[in-house]
Design a binder for this molecule. Structure first.
Ligand code: GDP
Ligand code: MG
Length: 366
């Protein structure tokens, strides 16, 4: 599989392990005051290689791309076909624009984005003297791609040694796909030659820690974890440990929470603050994972999590299912946090960098 986090030099050899975090931060205090945190209490050996992810079938980058694009197209096909259905019209007239308006609204684009896209399309149809409906569809794909381009961003792992570790904090509601996405990203980072340490800051549920440990084993990377610990302290420990070992990237998984659970949103801010005490400027990246099926509510999630965390990116998952996808257009016009990756399935290769053009093509059935 190709990696979208490729690095030139190989990472230092780090023994993968599951580390019991000491998590010494007092539950009431803001942050561990002193550093470093004491040595790990228990070290569990990684699972044997037989537990690793099954070997991938040889596939060229082009074939892989075709297959995930096909999944995205299929996933968005309900929206695609409803937008495409509009172009059953032969004439380019007001009725076509009205149908298109309905189709965009049905696809979760929201009123603001729909009006903006339609205005752009009308201008294009006029300036290019477009007279047949098929050409309008091509023009719509272009207008939509231009609209979504504001969301494109490629995250880079810093190359300089003194900028290590690069700390990424992941947030979102329950079941959005946080842990799965972390597993996939870790795989890409490892493939790209980066060393990774995972922090299981979803400390509420044993299953959540176990799930992250499985991904750690599959990717042969260490996981810092402790039952019932303060999530901030686990992240603090992980960052300290990564600094000591010269690890390139720390990814912190956090417990799912709703934007309406204000105390949990406060906790998220605290985790970020504590992380900054372990390393100046950390967490460098704060990514929100959203389920593509969430519809217009995703906009509210982006706004709320952005307010709490000053998000640097989004990961939109489950676009292979019944997702309508238009919500990305709504996000672009109301709260344009970059979309870094899209999830189109549960396999490792099913997380892909976001491309406005490809997404607009899939959405319009082009
Ligand atoms: N179809 C599909 N399922 C996904 C995708 N991403 C995650 N999932 C599934 O969604 C479920 C919840 O994912 P999980 O990572 O545990 O969510 P978390 O609670 O946010 O950590 C799991 O069954 C995942 O396999 C995706 O892109 N497509
Ligand atoms: Mg999880």
């Amino acid at each position: 599989m190709f990696s979208f986090f490729r690095k030139k030099s190989p990472p230092p050899a780090v023994q993968p392990q599951v580390v019991e975090s000491q998590a010494i931060a007092p539950q009431t205090a803001e942050a561990p005051a002193t550093e470093p945190v004491s040595a790990p209490a228990a070290v569990a050996a990684p699972a044997p290689a037989a537990n690793a992810a099954p070997a991938e079938a040889p596939a060229t980058e082009a074939a892989e791309k075709k297959s995930w694009l096909a999944r995205l197209k299929q996933g968005l096909s309900r929206t695609g076909s409803s937008i495409a259905g509009v172009f059953g019209y032969v004439k380019v007239d007001e009725a076509l624009f009205e149908q298109l308006e309905d189709a965009l609204l049905m696809a979760d684009c929201g009123v603001t984005a729909t009006q903006k896209i339609l205005a752009g399309l009308r201008a294009r149809v006029k300036s290019e003297r477009i007279e047949d409906a098929a050409a309008v569809r091509t023009a719509l794909a272009k207008v939509l791609a231009d609209h979504l381009r504001a969301l494109e961003r490629t995250p880079q792992v810093p190359a300089a040694a003194d900028e290590k570790p690069w700390v990424v904090m992941i947030a979102g509601v329950n079941g959005a796909g946080k842990t799965t996405s972390i597993g996939k990203i870790t795989h890409h980072l490892s493939e790209g030659g980066h060393s990774v340490l995972l922090a299981a800051a979803d400390t509420f549920r044993a299953a959540a820690r176990e799930q992250l440990a499985v991904w750690g084993n599959r990717n042969q990377v260490s996981v810092v974890s402790q039952e019932g610990a303060d999530p901030g302290a686990v992240v603090f420990d992980a960052v300290q440990s990564a600094r000591a070992k010269g690890i390139d990237v720390v990814i912190a998984d956090t417990a799912g929470r709703l934007p309406t659970q204000l105390h949990l949103m406060e906790e998220l801010k605290k985790i970020a603050r504590v992380c900054g005490k372990a390393l100046d400027g950390a967490p460098h990246e704060r990514w929100l994972v959203i389920d593509g099926n969430t519809g217009q509510n995703a906009v509210a999630q982006v706004k709320a999590f952005n307010e709490a965390l000053q998000l640097t990116g989004l990961i939109v998952t489950k676009l292979d299912g019944t997702a309508k996808g238009g919500v990305l257009a709504a996000i672009a016009s109301t709260c344009p946090v970059p979309v870094l990756f899209i999830g189109v399935g549960e396999q490792l290769q099913d997380l892909q960098p976001f491309s406005a053009e490809e997404f607009a093509g899939a959405l319009t059935g082009a």
